[in-house]
Design a protein around this ligand. Structure first.
Ligand code: MN
Length: 316
């Protein structure tokens, strides 16, 4: 693993003719926005670029028109069989090799990883890691500004989505003066903050119905410092995986420091999201082989939901 500088990234991208871009599974706005912006930049440089993700792209990100070119290899693994090894694979917003799912096994090319997770496992051949950045999109905005690259309004929307997603639209503790400067840079380049936040925060009636049920599961622990919300498997089916924003409801409670959302993705498989106002939840997630950031992290526990919850509470 070689740590590289901003200008190294520019050179590496310039040298590669054919590139594959990918992001983590369960792609969020930072993953998709970052990939969309870098895709458009590289196309503008005359490159041949393919975007692959081992998951579906949530429909709320379809307003970024280039998402139509993202190949979902989760349903059709044969797409990867037919995909030539490029000169360079760029992995965005993913901190481990496992996080890119099936793309990891396919990839035999050097990997450039651009990321902002403090828990980054340094799996890539070339790494640009800025754990101070609120989002991978913030890193890319800074790169484009430094390189004086042409940033179209569509790219600006994508980068604004990326930063908005990971910073709670500039309200979490990871929001720095630099994050806001990059947000301003996006607006100068034509980003539409109202459009982006309306799209990113959009939910379906079904998801709201699911949220009503999820709220019934909320429990408090450790004198109200810890709150848990549970989405058992049956409820996961109902909400169709749309649980964005659920954790905010319990995070906002006055006594709560650590908010936990437990989702039973498959029976016996529990995906955990942790948010905090102060405590180091990256440490808690690491106990179960996960990670992320100090105030936002996640892990997967191979146990039914209730048992996973018990183990998790013991680790806090
Ligand atoms: Mn991110």
């Amino acid at each position: 693993m070689t740590k590289i500088s901003k200008s190294d990234i520019k050179d590496m991208l310039a040298k590669a003719e054919h590139l594959v871009l990918t992001v983590h599974v369960s792609p969020d706005g930072d993953a998709i926005g970052s990939m969309a912006a870098l895709y458009e930049y590289l196309i503008g440089q005359g490159k041949s670029v393919t975007m692959v993700v081992d998951d579906e792209v949530p429909s709320k990100f379809h307003f970024l028109s280039v998402t139509a070119y993202i190949k979902d290899v989760s349903q059709e693994a044969s797409i990867l069989d037919g995909l030539e090894q490029p000169d360079l694979v760029v992995v965005l917003d993913a901190s481990t090799r496992e996080r890119i799912g099936k793309v990891a096994a396919w990839c035999q090319t050097p990997i450039l990883n651009i990321d902002h997770h403090i828990s980054n496992s340094q799996f890539a051949d070339y790494l640009y890691l800025d754990a101070e950045a609120a989002a991978t999109g913030e890193i890319l905005a800074d790169l484009f500004m430094t390189w004086q690259a042409k940033v179209t309004p569509a790219m600006a929307n994508a980068l604004y989505l990326a930063m908005g997603t990971d910073s709670g639209f500039f309200k979490y503790s990871n929001t720095t003066a630099h994050t806001l400067q990059m947000g301003a840079y996006c607006l100068e380049k034509g980003a539409q903050p109202d459009l982006v936040s309306e799209q990113a925060e959009e939910i379906t009636v079904k998801a709201l119905e699911g949220m009503k049920e999820a709220l019934q599961t909320v429990t408090f622990h450790k004198d109200g410092h810890v709150a848990c919300m549970s989405i058992p498997y049956a409820l996961m089916e109902k909400v169709q995986g749309q649980t964005d924003g659920f954790i905010e409801w319990i995070r906002h409670v006055d006594t709560v420091d650590i908010a936990i959302l437990l989702k039973e993705k498959e029976p016996g498989q529990t995906r955990v999201s942790l948010r905090s106002k102060g405590a180091d939840v990256n440490r808690v997630a690491a106990v179960f082989g996960g990670g992320g950031h100090i105030r936002a992290a996640g892990c997967s526990i191979s146990l039914p939901l209730e048992e996973a919850k018990k183990k998790l509470l013991e680790a806090i």
